[in-house]
Write a protein that binds this ligand. Structure first.
Ligand SMILES: O=c1[nH]c(=O)c2[nH]c(=O)[nH]c2[nH]1
Length: 300
C-alpha cells in the first residue's frame, strides 16, 4: 500500500480588516492570514474519517473572531496567538503554521474633521501616452493601483429594489477603491504653455486624494464625480478625466454565533472580498469640451 507523506491543511488567504476607533481617529490593521495545520491526520487521508479534522471553515472563523475579541496588535502577536490556540486546543494538531501578509496604510492629509481616510502604502504606477500625427498632439497621463479607503463617512441606501435585491442599506460603511484614472491635457505644442509635468502629476494626485477624503459619500459614483470635478476646477491644463473604480467591498463578519458583537460603531472586523466587485466608471469633463479618452481604459 502506498504511504502517505507530509500533509497539511487549513484556510488560506483570510482577508481580515480590523478598524479600531479612537473617537474620530481610526486605525486600520489589514492582513491576509493563511492557516496551515498538521499532525495526526493519516486517517482522513486513508479512510476518510474526519474525526481529527478541525474544518478549515472553523480556522477561518477563528481568525475573524480573534481579531474582534483580542484585536490585532501586530501580525506577529496575532499569528503567535492563533498558532498557540490550534496546537493547544486540538490534540491531533501538532503543528500550526500561520503566514501573514500585512498591507500598510498611510493617512491622507486633508482639511475635513476626522482621521479615517487612508492610502495604501507602496507606490502607484504613473502612466502617460503621447500621440503626435505631425500636426496635433494628445497627451493623456494617469495612474493605476492607487488604493484608498475611508473607514467611515460612506453610506449607500435609497437604491432601486426589485425581486432580486437583497443588499441591506448601509448608513456607515467602509468605502475602498483602487483608483485607475487618466487625464487629458489641453496642451498643443506652445512652448510658453507647456505644463510642468512633474508638478502637474503631484497636484492631480493630491486633489484626487483630498476629494476622496473630504467627500461624505452617498455612493462611489458621487465620490468619483467629486474627484474629477476637483481636478478640472484646480488644474487649467486638464480638460478631461476618466476613472475606473472597483468598489472593494468590505463585509461585516457575523460573529454572533461566537457571542461577539461586531458593530461598526465600536470598531469592527471586516472580510475584504476581492471578487466580484462593483465597477464604477465615468468621465468628468470641462464644460464645452468633447470627450476623447477611450471608455475602456485598458485600450489606452
Ligand atoms: O457606491 C455604490 N454604488 C453602487 O452602485 C453600488 N451597488 C452596490 O451593490 N453597492 C454600491 N455602492
Amino acid at each position: 500500500m502506498p504511504i502517505l507523506g507530509q500533509n497539511q491543511y487549513g484556510k488560506a488567504e483570510n482577508r481580515v480588516v480590523k478598524i479600531t476607533r479612537d473617537g474620530a481617529t481610526h486605525h486600520i490593521k489589514d492582513l491576509n492570514v493563511s492557516v496551515s495545520l498538521s499532525g495526526d491526520m493519516d486517517e482522513v487521508h486513508y479512510s476518510g474519517s474526519n474525526a481529527h479534522v478541525l474544518p478549515t471553515d472553523t480556522t477561518k472563523n477563528t481568525v475573524y473572531a480573534f481579531a474582534k475579541e483580542h484585536g490585532i496588535e501586530s501580525a506577529e502577536q496575532f499569528g503567535i496567538h492563533l498558532a498557540r490556540h490550534f496546537v493547544t486546543s486540538q490534540e491531533p494538531i501538532r503543528t500550526a503554521r500561520i503566514r501573514i501578509e500585512e498591507y500598510g496604510w498611510e493617512r491622507i492629509e486633508h482639511t475635513r474633521q476626522g482621521a479615517h481616510s487612508f492610502v495604501r502604502k507602496g507606490q502607484e504606477t504613473r502612466l502617460t501616452q503621447i500621440t503626435y500625427d505631425g500636426s496635433a498632439w494628445e497627451v493623456v497621463s494617469g495612474l493605476k493601483d492607487l488604493t484608498v479607503m475611508n473607514s467611515t463617512d460612506s453610506e449607500f441606501w435609497g437604491y432601486v429594489k426589485d425581486k432580486y435585491t437583497t443588499l441591506p442599506e448601509a448608513y456607515d460603511r467602509i468605502l475602498a477603491t483602487e483608483v485607475s484614472a487618466r487625464w487629458r491635457f489641453n496642451w498643443t505644442d506652445d512652448e510658453r504653455e507647456t505644463p510642468d509635468w512633474e508638478e502637474s502629476y503631484e497636484q492631480v494626485r493630491k486633489h484626487l486624494l483630498q476629494a476622496f477624503a473630504e467627500t461624505y459619500s452617498l455612493s462611489l459614483q458621487q465620490t468619483l464625480y467629486q474627484m474629477g470635478a476637483r481636478i478640472i476646477d484646480h488644474r487649467d491644463e486638464i480638460d478631461e478625466v476618466r476613472f475606473s473604480l472597483p468598489n472593494k467591498h468590505h463585509f461585516l463578519v457575523d460573529l454572533e454565533p461566537f457571542g461577539l458583537k461586531n458593530a461598526t460603531e465600536d470598531g469592527a472586523v471586516y472580510f475584504a472580498a476581492d471578487r466580484p466587485y462593483g465597477l464604477i466608471e465615468a468621465t468628468v469633463l470641462r464644460d464645452g469640451v468633447e470627450p476623447r479618452i477611450p471608455v475602456d481604459l485598458t485600450n489606452l
